[in-house]
Design a protein around this ligand. Structure first.
Ligand SMILES: Nc1ncnc2c1ncn2[C@@H]1O[C@H](COP(=O)(O)OP(=O)(O)OP(=O)(O)O)[C@@H](O)[C@H]1O
Ligand SMILES: [Mg+2]
Length: 217
């Protein structure tokens, strides 16, 4: 059992896309997965509906708001993986979730200062949460990385690795690929798809991230 939370101070960084792709992949591997919606927006609800409309396998979706700690602990007792998707701003669910999560992932596009500038605040929030939840593992996940912006990824990775007190980067990253968007549009994750441009790359990136997080052997 594990509780993995995707959150950021910033909207539109790829939290929901990455969280649902992780859920689809682990579910396809036979794991019992629950997605937790703590965001008032209906992205995951609509995605789940489209999933059902398209005949794809069901992934349980639970809503939790406010102090979500007890609900996350309860779900961790009945699922192999509890994957929590937070709203794109600092909020109660994110603060409380940090006190119950085992893994915290904050997606960030390395070439966007609007996104990378949030990492200092996020790191400070995580450091405070560590006082109550010392075992939490927290990472920055570089996502929506464009192939012509790899240098920004390398530079930020080096900075985060060397700087003290800031969140560590995952080695594996997620590229900006149409297939991620196309799959979400169909209620799918990339592991539901069989043929699409860059699908092998997209699947490999989700798999490598999952393994780096220690969620599959
Ligand atoms: N790896 C990717 N490649 C291409 N497009 C992506 C990728 N990740 C996310 N997107 C697109 O970026 C936009 C924002 O993604 P998403 O909704 O997952 O972000 P979010 O952080 O959950 O946003 P919010 O804060 O509004 O909840 C969407 O249009 C999505 O399709
Ligand atoms: Mg979202």
């Amino acid at each position: 059992m594990s509780i993995i939370m995707f959150a950021s101070d910033k909207g539109g960084v790829g939290k929901t896309t990455t969280a649902l792709n992780l859920a689809v992949y682990l579910s396809g591997k036979g794991k019992k997965v629950v997605l937790v919606k703590t965001d008032k927006n209906e992205d995951l609800t609509r995605w789940k509906q489209r999933r059902a409309d398209n005949g794809l396998s069901d992934i349980p979706l639970v809503e939790a708001y406010g102090d979500i700690r007890d609900e996350l602990t309860r779900l961790a007792g009945i699922a192999d993986h509890v994957i929590v998707d937070c709203a794109g701003y600092d909020n109660q669910e994110y603060r409380y979730g940090l006190l119950a999560a085992e893994i915290f992932v904050t997606p960030v596009k390395p070439s966007s200062r609007l996104e990378t500038d949030t990492l200092e605040n996020i790191s400070a929030t995580v450091r405070r949460a560590e006082e109550g939840n010392p075992d939490i593992r927290s990472y920055a996940l570089f996502t929506r990385v464009k192939h012509n912006r790899m240098q920004a990824k390398i530079t930020l990775g080096k900075h985060l690795t060397e700087a003290k007190g800031v969140i560590s980067p995952l080695k594996n990253f997620i590229s900006e690929l149409d297939v991620f968007e196309d799959c979400v549009n169909e209620g799918a994750g990339v592991h539901d798809a069989e043929r699409a441009s860059s699908l092998t790359k997209a699947k490999a990136q989700i798999e490598l991230m999952t393994r780096e997080l220690g969620l599959l052997a």
